[in-house]
Design a protein around this ligand. Structure first.
Ligand code: CUK
Ligand code: CUA
Length: 629
């Protein structure tokens, strides 16, 4: 970097930092920021002779699962190349794959599903705290949903709307013995029975932690809490889940929410809650049958048996358990320049009556820099925290932070690196699992500014890749991304085993197979039109470069269901069924059956064609729907 560029970079960094700090100061809260945090860092320099480059024809070492933010999708990137390999549509409608258009995807989405979503926290399922490659779960902050993606076919197979709360933000999974439960943190506080009765009475507004059964995706229980839940994580024993909890003042406006010096980290004792539910000691709300327990302090005389509220400085945000044993949980302070280190075994001691002061669970509170949001780890005892306001990643040693908290003179800060710019989430390779390997770290930066060619008022964001194998962090890649990845995780390539072709008994299209059976149709061979009153079902196969049916006839006003079964058996020979002027296009991968239903309301000739390039005669793979007036 030349001196000039360096100066430009520094002044922009200062501007971003100061404007953000001033914004906070405007609310009268600048006092939260310590002075000792202005320590300088090394400007990031692009790595020379980049050994992290993945040559053409080589495969990446990791699968990365990226949230797609308010695009509503989940993305798969190869790491370290940072090449985008796949977009998995989840809460959105997708033109390429027909997600949200086919009958199969609509069954997953449910009736009258919203057409969009806001995904933040993708989490891959575990067996004994190692990734098992079965599922990826993802929240929808926008429409209060949780989805499960099957990682064999890379499509969502269950989506559930969570009742009684608004906005699912934090999402985390049970790690041990395996992912039997999914925890979904409700963020915004609303009247528990939100039927219009308590509009003007914020004292009636609350939110809840929800626990889902990972197999059935049904809600097992909900627990009412004090404050707004934000991010969450579990321990490595299977007993606890923790969530950051801001707005302990229960404010409705920004200044009100930022009032208190401390909010909480709240820990839930899952077996205690489930014992109460099993004993029938719960209520339900409105029409919902979900068992609700009360984990608010006011609901318990003496010790709260469901939840422990650990006072934590100020609007705490990220909650991250430290691998590989899961000894500590680090909660990042957001409006405080500190991270709070809580020892999981002490949380157990508190619930078992051994500790009196909730703060006795805290074993360190290092000052790390301005705007700490999320923390991740290597396999050498170091934590890495994203600093939103400083636009930095700070590396610090956890045991040294504990020694410092205990009064020893020790510098726990190991390194700082500039990122570009205003980083949110951060995640090191395998850092949420036992197999943490301390190789790469992704820094998901909310602003890219001048890091890429300008493309109009909307700028790409910047997902940077940092090599963390050495003493000093090294920036190795800038990766522009479309709105708006919040979180990401990396699993080893060998921990995932995706299917190459569908099996004919895949439950994803079982209902469509059952419909064909009822019609006496053999999907694998038949090309038939079945009329049932004004309902017409058109069954066809596809084998490159032919649809099994190249012409069918219906009457205006018929409800037409088109079912296509791709009988190609060769990997990667996908077809698409695209019906001109009808807004219909969908994928049919090898051995898959896909279907769509619509009303044929336009008399005339309507061509359909294959939209997925499959053959030299792909352009000719087509047919006609003839609609009689
Ligand atoms: S949140 Cu976005 S930067 Cu939704 Cu995980 Cu922290
Ligand atoms: Cu079939 Cu293109």
């Amino acid at each position: 970097m030349s001196d000039n560029e360096n100066i430009k970079d520094l002044s922009r960094r200062k501007f971003l930092r100061n404007s953000a700090v001033t914004g906070v100061a405007g609310a009268g809260l600048a006092g939260g920021f310590g002075a000792g945090t202005m320590m300088s860092s090394r400007p990031a320099e692009a790595a020379q002779n980049n050994e992290h480059h993945v040559e053409p024809g080589e495969l990446d070492e990791y699968y990365g699962f990226w949230s797609g933010g308010h695009s509503g999708e989940v993305r798969i990137l190869g790491v370290p190349s940072m090449r985008e390999l796949l977009r998995i549509p989840v809460f959105n409608v997708d033109s390429a794959t027909g997600w949200g258009i086919t009958n199969e995807s609509k069954r997953v989405l449910g009736e009258n599903a919203p057409l969009n979503g806001d995904t933040h926290h993708p989490k891959v399922s575990y067996t004994d705290a190692s990734y098992d490659g079965r599922y990826c779960f993802i929240n929808d902050k926008l429409n209060t949903r949780v989805a499960r993606i099957r990682l064999d076919i890379m499509r969502a197979d269950k989506i559930i709307t969570i009742p009684n709360v608004q906005s699912i933000h934090g999402l985390t999974l049970q790690r041990v013995p395996s992912t039997e439960r999914v925890f979904a943190a409700g963020e915004m506080i609303v009247p528990l029975n939100n039927n219009g009765d308590y509009l003007d009475d914020p004292s009636q507004y609350w939110t809840m932690m929800s626990c889902l059964d990972a197999e059935t995706m049904e809600i097992k229980w909900q627990a009412i809490v004090d404050g707004n839940l934000d991010n969450c994580d579990t321990d490595y024993t299977g007993r606890f889940v923790a969530a950051s909890c801001y707005n302990s003042s229960r404010g409705m406006t920004l200044p009100e929410m930022m009032g208190p010096e401390r909010d909480w980290t709240v820990f839930f004792d899952v077996p205690a809650i489930e014992a109460a539910v099993a004993a029938g000691d719960y209520t339900t709300i409105g029409d919902s049958q979900v068992p609700v327990v009360d984990a608010r302090e006011q609901a318990h005389e003496g010790r709260n048996t469901f939840a422990l509220y650990v006072p934590t400085p100020r609007s705490p945000h990220g909650v991250n358990t430290m691998p590989p044993e899961g000894k500590y949980c680090v909660v990042s302070g957001k409006l405080s320049p500190t991270c709070t280190v809580i020892e999981w075994s002490r949380v157990g001691e508190w619930f078992d009556g051994g500790l009196d002061d909730p703060r006795d669970t805290v074993v360190a509170e290092p000052e790390v820099g301005l705007g700490p949001l999320h923390t991740t780890y290597d396999n050498r005892g170091n934590a890495y925290t994203s600093l939103f306001l400083d636009s930095q990643v700070v590396k610090w040693n956890v045991e040294d932070a504990i020694r410092s908290y205990n009064g020893e003179e020790v510098n726990y800060i190991r390194d700082r690196i500039d990122v570009h710019y205003n980083i949110g989430h951060i995640k090191a390779s395998l850092a949420c699992s036992r197999d943490v390997d301390g190789k790469y770290l992704t820094a998901l930066c909310k602003f890219s500014k001048d890091r890429f060619l300008p493309v109009g008022p909307m700028h790409a964001e910047n997902d940077q890749l940092i090599d963390i194998t050495g003493e000093q962090m090294k920036l190795v890649h800038d990766g522009p991304t479309y709105a708006e990845p919040h979180d990401a995780l990396m699993i080893r390539a060998d921990q995932l085993n995706p299917s190459q072709i569908y099996t004919r008994d895949d439950p994803y299209f079982a209902e469509t197979v059952a419909m064909a059976e009822a019609d006496g149709v053999t999907l694998e061979t038949d090309n038939k039109v079945i009329r049932d009153g004004n309902k017409v079902r058109v069954y066809m196969t596809s084998v490159a470069p032919n649809f099994g049916t190249t012409e069918f006839r219906v009457k205006r006003g018929d409800e037409v269901t088109i079912v296509v079964t791709n009988m190609d058996t060769i990997e990667d020979v996908s077809h698409g069924f695209a019906l001109v002027n009808h807004g219909i296009n969908f994928e049919i991968h090898p051995q898959q059956t896909s279907s769509v239903t619509f009303v044929a309301d336009k008399p005339g000739v309507h061509w359909y064609y294959c939209s997925w390039f499959c053959h030299a005669l792909h352009m000719e793979m087509s047919g006609r729907m003839l609609v009689e007036a």
